[in-house]
Design a protein around this ligand. Sequence first.
Ligand code: GUN
Length: 295
Amino acid sequence: MQASNVVDGRAIAAQIQRELTARVADLKRRGVVPGLAFVRVGEDPASKVYVGRKEKACAELGIVSETHVLPEKTSEAELLALIGKLNSTPHLHGILVQAPLPRPIRESVVFATVLPSKDVDGFHPVNVGKLMLGDDTGFKPCTPAGVVELLVRSGVQIEGAEVVILGRGNIVGKPMTAMLCQKGKNANATVTLCHSATRDVRAHCRRADIIVAAMGVAEFLKADMVKPGVVVMDVGVNRVPDAASKTGTKLVGDVDFANVQPIAGKITPNPGGVGPMTIALLLQNTVRAAEQALG
Ligand code: GUN
Protein backbone atom coordinates (compact mmCIF):
# COMPACT_ATOMS: atom_id res chain seq x y z
CA MET A 1 0.00 0.00 0.00
CA GLN A 2 1.29 3.47 -0.86
CA ALA A 3 2.03 5.68 2.13
CA SER A 4 -0.55 8.45 2.58
CA ASN A 5 0.53 11.94 1.67
CA VAL A 6 -1.81 13.38 4.31
CA VAL A 7 0.12 14.94 7.21
CA ASP A 8 -1.30 13.88 10.57
CA GLY A 9 -1.23 17.11 12.59
CA ARG A 10 -2.94 15.45 15.56
CA ALA A 11 -0.24 12.78 15.87
CA ILE A 12 2.60 15.30 15.55
CA ALA A 13 0.94 17.64 18.08
CA ALA A 14 0.52 14.69 20.48
CA GLN A 15 4.24 13.92 20.11
CA ILE A 16 5.14 17.52 21.02
CA GLN A 17 2.83 17.34 24.03
CA ARG A 18 4.54 14.11 25.17
CA GLU A 19 7.91 15.86 24.90
CA LEU A 20 6.61 18.71 27.06
CA THR A 21 5.45 16.34 29.82
CA ALA A 22 9.02 15.90 31.12
CA ARG A 23 9.60 19.66 31.18
CA VAL A 24 6.37 20.24 33.13
CA ALA A 25 7.36 17.50 35.60
CA ASP A 26 10.77 19.12 36.03
CA LEU A 27 9.17 22.52 36.69
CA LYS A 28 6.90 20.93 39.28
CA ARG A 29 9.90 19.33 41.02
CA ARG A 30 11.31 22.84 41.25
CA GLY A 31 8.06 24.08 42.81
CA VAL A 32 6.52 25.76 39.75
CA VAL A 33 3.25 24.88 38.05
CA PRO A 34 3.01 26.59 34.64
CA GLY A 35 0.07 29.01 34.58
CA LEU A 36 -1.76 30.51 31.62
CA ALA A 37 -4.54 33.12 31.56
CA PHE A 38 -7.06 33.21 28.72
CA VAL A 39 -9.02 36.36 28.02
CA ARG A 40 -12.07 36.23 25.80
CA VAL A 41 -14.24 39.26 25.03
CA GLY A 42 -17.78 38.78 23.72
CA GLU A 43 -19.47 35.68 22.39
CA ASP A 44 -17.75 34.94 19.08
CA PRO A 45 -18.65 31.23 18.62
CA ALA A 46 -15.34 30.26 17.00
CA SER A 47 -13.36 31.95 19.79
CA LYS A 48 -15.35 30.00 22.39
CA VAL A 49 -14.45 26.73 20.66
CA TYR A 50 -10.76 27.66 20.29
CA VAL A 51 -10.35 28.79 23.90
CA GLY A 52 -12.18 25.64 25.08
CA ARG A 53 -9.73 23.43 23.17
CA LYS A 54 -6.74 25.32 24.54
CA GLU A 55 -8.07 25.02 28.12
CA LYS A 56 -8.49 21.26 27.68
CA ALA A 57 -4.97 20.85 26.31
CA CYS A 58 -3.54 22.81 29.26
CA ALA A 59 -5.39 20.60 31.74
CA GLU A 60 -4.10 17.44 30.04
CA LEU A 61 -0.48 18.62 30.26
CA GLY A 62 -0.71 19.95 33.83
CA ILE A 63 -0.70 23.65 33.01
CA VAL A 64 -3.06 25.55 35.30
CA SER A 65 -5.27 27.89 33.31
CA GLU A 66 -7.87 30.49 34.18
CA THR A 67 -10.27 32.05 31.71
CA HIS A 68 -11.58 35.59 31.96
CA VAL A 69 -14.73 36.15 29.92
CA LEU A 70 -15.67 39.80 29.45
CA PRO A 71 -18.91 41.13 27.96
CA GLU A 72 -19.06 42.32 24.34
CA LYS A 73 -19.41 45.92 25.50
CA THR A 74 -16.21 45.92 27.56
CA SER A 75 -14.18 49.07 26.98
CA GLU A 76 -10.58 49.00 25.87
CA ALA A 77 -9.58 50.61 29.18
CA GLU A 78 -11.28 47.83 31.17
CA LEU A 79 -9.56 45.17 29.11
CA LEU A 80 -6.18 46.87 29.54
CA ALA A 81 -6.78 47.07 33.31
CA LEU A 82 -7.37 43.30 33.44
CA ILE A 83 -4.21 42.64 31.42
CA GLY A 84 -2.28 44.88 33.82
CA LYS A 85 -3.44 42.71 36.73
CA LEU A 86 -2.54 39.49 34.92
CA ASN A 87 0.88 40.95 34.04
CA SER A 88 1.62 41.36 37.73
CA THR A 89 0.29 37.96 38.87
CA PRO A 90 3.41 35.82 39.44
CA HIS A 91 1.80 32.37 39.05
CA LEU A 92 0.53 33.29 35.57
CA HIS A 93 3.44 32.80 33.16
CA GLY A 94 1.45 33.37 29.97
CA ILE A 95 -1.46 35.57 28.85
CA LEU A 96 -3.52 34.89 25.73
CA VAL A 97 -6.13 37.39 24.56
CA GLN A 98 -8.19 35.59 21.95
CA ALA A 99 -8.62 37.45 18.64
CA PRO A 100 -10.73 38.81 17.05
CA LEU A 101 -11.73 41.44 19.62
CA PRO A 102 -15.01 43.36 19.27
CA ARG A 103 -14.82 46.88 17.90
CA PRO A 104 -13.82 49.51 18.88
CA ILE A 105 -11.15 47.71 20.95
CA ARG A 106 -7.79 48.06 19.17
CA GLU A 107 -6.02 44.72 19.04
CA SER A 108 -2.65 46.37 18.49
CA VAL A 109 -3.00 48.31 21.77
CA VAL A 110 -4.15 45.22 23.64
CA PHE A 111 -1.34 42.99 22.36
CA ALA A 112 1.23 45.68 23.18
CA THR A 113 -0.01 45.75 26.80
CA VAL A 114 0.75 42.09 27.53
CA LEU A 115 4.25 41.83 29.05
CA PRO A 116 6.62 40.52 26.34
CA SER A 117 7.81 37.85 28.82
CA LYS A 118 4.20 36.57 29.15
CA ASP A 119 3.29 37.01 25.49
CA VAL A 120 2.94 33.32 24.58
CA ASP A 121 1.04 34.36 21.43
CA GLY A 122 4.09 36.22 20.10
CA PHE A 123 1.99 39.27 19.17
CA HIS A 124 3.78 41.97 21.24
CA PRO A 125 5.85 44.37 19.07
CA VAL A 126 9.02 43.32 20.93
CA ASN A 127 8.45 39.68 20.03
CA VAL A 128 7.42 40.58 16.46
CA GLY A 129 10.62 42.62 16.16
CA LYS A 130 12.78 39.80 17.53
CA LEU A 131 11.23 37.42 15.00
CA MET A 132 12.09 39.81 12.15
CA LEU A 133 15.66 40.10 13.45
CA GLY A 134 16.12 36.34 13.74
CA ASP A 135 16.52 36.65 17.52
CA ASP A 136 15.24 33.38 19.02
CA THR A 137 14.88 34.74 22.55
CA GLY A 138 11.36 36.01 21.82
CA PHE A 139 8.09 34.10 21.54
CA LYS A 140 6.96 33.14 18.04
CA PRO A 141 3.29 33.10 17.02
CA CYS A 142 1.86 29.61 17.52
CA THR A 143 0.26 28.94 14.14
CA PRO A 144 3.21 29.73 11.86
CA ALA A 145 5.60 28.08 14.36
CA GLY A 146 3.30 25.04 14.22
CA VAL A 147 3.51 24.99 10.44
CA VAL A 148 7.33 24.98 10.60
CA GLU A 149 7.21 22.05 13.07
CA LEU A 150 4.82 20.17 10.79
CA LEU A 151 7.16 20.65 7.83
CA VAL A 152 10.27 19.65 9.77
CA ARG A 153 8.71 16.65 11.51
CA SER A 154 7.22 15.32 8.28
CA GLY A 155 10.60 15.47 6.57
CA VAL A 156 10.02 18.41 4.22
CA GLN A 157 13.17 20.24 3.14
CA ILE A 158 12.63 23.96 3.78
CA GLU A 159 16.15 25.12 2.96
CA GLY A 160 16.31 26.40 -0.62
CA ALA A 161 12.61 25.71 -1.24
CA GLU A 162 10.36 28.06 -3.18
CA VAL A 163 7.62 28.89 -0.68
CA VAL A 164 4.43 30.75 -1.49
CA ILE A 165 2.41 32.12 1.40
CA LEU A 166 -1.17 33.12 0.66
CA GLY A 167 -2.40 35.88 2.99
CA ARG A 168 -0.58 38.74 4.76
CA GLY A 169 -2.31 38.67 8.14
CA ASN A 170 -0.42 39.55 11.31
CA ILE A 171 -1.23 36.19 12.93
CA VAL A 172 -0.02 33.87 10.15
CA GLY A 173 1.09 35.29 6.78
CA LYS A 174 3.55 37.96 7.91
CA PRO A 175 5.24 35.99 10.72
CA MET A 176 5.33 32.88 8.50
CA THR A 177 7.25 34.91 5.92
CA ALA A 178 9.73 36.11 8.54
CA MET A 179 10.30 32.59 9.89
CA LEU A 180 10.93 30.87 6.59
CA CYS A 181 13.20 33.50 5.05
CA GLN A 182 15.60 33.68 8.05
CA LYS A 183 19.16 32.58 7.60
CA GLY A 184 19.37 29.42 9.66
CA LYS A 185 18.17 25.93 10.36
CA ASN A 186 14.65 24.98 9.23
CA ALA A 187 14.45 28.20 7.20
CA ASN A 188 16.57 29.57 4.33
CA ALA A 189 13.62 29.40 1.92
CA THR A 190 12.85 31.77 -0.94
CA VAL A 191 9.54 33.23 0.14
CA THR A 192 6.83 34.91 -1.92
CA LEU A 193 3.96 36.51 -0.02
CA CYS A 194 0.78 36.74 -2.11
CA HIS A 195 -2.19 38.87 -1.11
CA SER A 196 -5.36 40.45 -2.47
CA ALA A 197 -3.41 42.81 -4.77
CA THR A 198 -1.12 40.12 -6.21
CA ARG A 199 -1.49 40.14 -10.00
CA ASP A 200 -1.14 36.47 -10.87
CA VAL A 201 -1.46 34.26 -7.79
CA ARG A 202 -1.71 31.12 -9.90
CA ALA A 203 1.64 31.74 -11.60
CA HIS A 204 3.35 32.11 -8.21
CA CYS A 205 1.67 28.99 -6.81
CA ARG A 206 2.59 26.89 -9.87
CA ARG A 207 6.28 27.50 -9.09
CA ALA A 208 6.03 26.69 -5.40
CA ASP A 209 7.57 23.67 -3.66
CA ILE A 210 5.64 24.58 -0.51
CA ILE A 211 2.38 26.55 -0.24
CA VAL A 212 0.99 27.89 3.04
CA ALA A 213 -2.64 28.91 2.54
CA ALA A 214 -3.75 31.43 5.16
CA MET A 215 -5.94 33.99 3.48
CA GLY A 216 -9.34 32.88 4.71
CA VAL A 217 -11.05 32.15 1.38
CA ALA A 218 -12.86 28.82 1.30
CA GLU A 219 -11.22 26.25 -1.03
CA PHE A 220 -9.26 28.95 -2.87
CA LEU A 221 -6.28 26.79 -3.87
CA LYS A 222 -7.36 24.59 -6.77
CA ALA A 223 -5.64 21.65 -8.46
CA ASP A 224 -4.71 23.67 -11.56
CA MET A 225 -2.80 26.17 -9.38
CA VAL A 226 -0.19 23.73 -8.08
CA LYS A 227 2.62 21.63 -9.48
CA PRO A 228 2.79 17.89 -8.85
CA GLY A 229 4.56 17.02 -5.60
CA VAL A 230 3.84 20.38 -3.93
CA VAL A 231 3.64 20.44 -0.13
CA VAL A 232 0.46 22.19 1.02
CA MET A 233 -0.17 23.54 4.53
CA ASP A 234 -3.80 24.63 4.91
CA VAL A 235 -4.29 27.14 7.72
CA GLY A 236 -7.77 28.29 6.67
CA VAL A 237 -10.91 27.68 8.69
CA ASN A 238 -14.02 28.81 6.79
CA ARG A 239 -17.65 28.07 7.56
CA VAL A 240 -19.66 27.47 4.38
CA PRO A 241 -23.26 26.37 3.67
CA ASP A 242 -23.80 22.61 3.53
CA ALA A 243 -27.30 21.29 2.93
CA ALA A 244 -26.24 17.75 3.94
CA SER A 245 -25.17 18.77 7.47
CA LYS A 246 -27.50 19.03 10.49
CA THR A 247 -26.30 22.58 11.21
CA GLY A 248 -26.63 23.61 7.55
CA THR A 249 -22.94 24.54 7.47
CA LYS A 250 -19.54 22.86 7.42
CA LEU A 251 -15.91 23.90 7.94
CA VAL A 252 -13.50 23.89 5.02
CA GLY A 253 -9.95 25.13 4.59
CA ASP A 254 -8.40 27.50 2.06
CA VAL A 255 -7.51 24.49 -0.10
CA ASP A 256 -9.75 22.43 -2.37
CA PHE A 257 -8.54 19.31 -0.56
CA ALA A 258 -10.39 16.69 -2.63
CA ASN A 259 -8.76 17.83 -5.87
CA VAL A 260 -5.34 19.02 -4.63
CA GLN A 261 -4.58 15.98 -2.42
CA PRO A 262 -4.06 13.52 -5.32
CA ILE A 263 -1.41 15.82 -6.88
CA ALA A 264 0.36 16.95 -3.70
CA GLY A 265 3.53 15.48 -2.26
CA LYS A 266 2.19 16.20 1.22
CA ILE A 267 -0.92 18.02 2.38
CA THR A 268 -2.57 18.83 5.70
CA PRO A 269 -6.19 17.81 6.24
CA ASN A 270 -8.74 20.16 7.71
CA PRO A 271 -9.53 19.52 10.53
CA GLY A 272 -6.60 17.56 11.99
CA GLY A 273 -3.74 19.40 10.28
CA VAL A 274 -2.49 22.81 11.39
CA GLY A 275 -5.14 23.39 14.12
CA PRO A 276 -3.74 20.92 16.70
CA MET A 277 -0.24 22.32 16.07
CA THR A 278 -1.31 25.83 17.09
CA ILE A 279 -2.32 24.40 20.45
CA ALA A 280 0.86 22.33 20.84
CA LEU A 281 3.03 25.40 20.20
CA LEU A 282 0.99 27.44 22.68
CA LEU A 283 1.72 24.80 25.32
CA GLN A 284 5.40 24.87 24.36
CA ASN A 285 5.56 28.68 24.64
CA THR A 286 3.83 28.55 28.03
CA VAL A 287 6.22 25.94 29.41
CA ARG A 288 9.11 28.07 28.17
CA ALA A 289 7.64 31.18 29.79
CA ALA A 290 7.45 29.31 33.11
CA GLU A 291 11.03 28.04 32.73
CA GLN A 292 12.27 31.56 32.00
CA ALA A 293 10.37 33.01 34.96
CA LEU A 294 12.22 30.53 37.16
CA GLY A 295 15.53 31.70 35.72
N1 GUN B 1 -7.22 34.07 16.73
C1 GUN B 1 -6.87 33.26 15.70
N2 GUN B 1 -5.68 32.68 15.93
C2 GUN B 1 -5.25 33.14 17.14
C3 GUN B 1 -4.09 32.90 17.92
O1 GUN B 1 -3.17 32.14 17.55
N3 GUN B 1 -4.04 33.55 19.11
C4 GUN B 1 -5.02 34.39 19.53
N4 GUN B 1 -4.86 34.99 20.70
N5 GUN B 1 -6.10 34.63 18.83
C5 GUN B 1 -6.22 34.00 17.63
